[in-house]
Ligand binder design. Structure first.
Ligand code: HEM
Length: 130
């Protein structure tokens, strides 16, 4: 990327954002009515940006804060391919996993479900499995 383009600043009305004691945005002294925020995400994003003055916020951080339940890591295959994980290493991991489930007294039915989920990732993790 080159140097930042200079924006025609004077045409942009400054915003005043209130974060404490209720979220409120004013544009040239006029309060933006709550119903103008038709969706929640744009205001959530603005809150994050406004609460971090002078600090660049990484895309990953924004994603993690807006969608805390959404997986933001790398794909399974891409993460493991270069490790050349063997069948024996996979079995060792499974054995530890089962011991851990036992230790925390995870009931049999849930153990089966969890092991099935982990097994379903094997093709992306162990070298030479398709
Ligand atoms: C023998 C089994 C496994 C071994 C030895 C292993 C090892 C590793 C290692 C070393 C990395 C980091 C790679 C890197 O950054 O270069 C990694 C990444 C990852 N592993 Fe595994 N792994 C195993 C099984 C699993 C399983 C069963 C899951 C989930 C069901 C899993 C989920 C992940 C994820 C999501 C990442 C990537 C996170 C990211 O950087 O975005 N792994 N694994």
């Amino acid at each position: 990327m080159g140097s930042p383009r200079s924006l025609p600043r004077r045409t942009l009305a400054p915003l005043r954002v209130r974060l404490l004691g209720g979220f409120e945005v004013e544009r040239e002294g006029d309060r933006i009515p709550p119903q103008a925020w038709r969706r929640r995400r744009p205001s959530d994003l603005l809150k994050i940006v406004a609460a971090s003055p002078g600090r660049a916020i990484h895309r990953e951080e924004v994603i993690a804060r807006l969608w805390p339940d959404k997986y933001a890591g790398r794909p399974m295959k891409e993460s493991h391919q270069h490790l050349h994980i063997t069948e024996a290493e996979w079995q060792a991991m499974l054995s530890d996993f089962e011991k851990t489930l036992d230790k925390f007294k995870v009931p049999e039915a849930e153990q089966k479900e969890l092991i099935a989920i982990v097994e379903s990732t094997k093709k992306d993790i162990v070298a030479g499995v398709s």
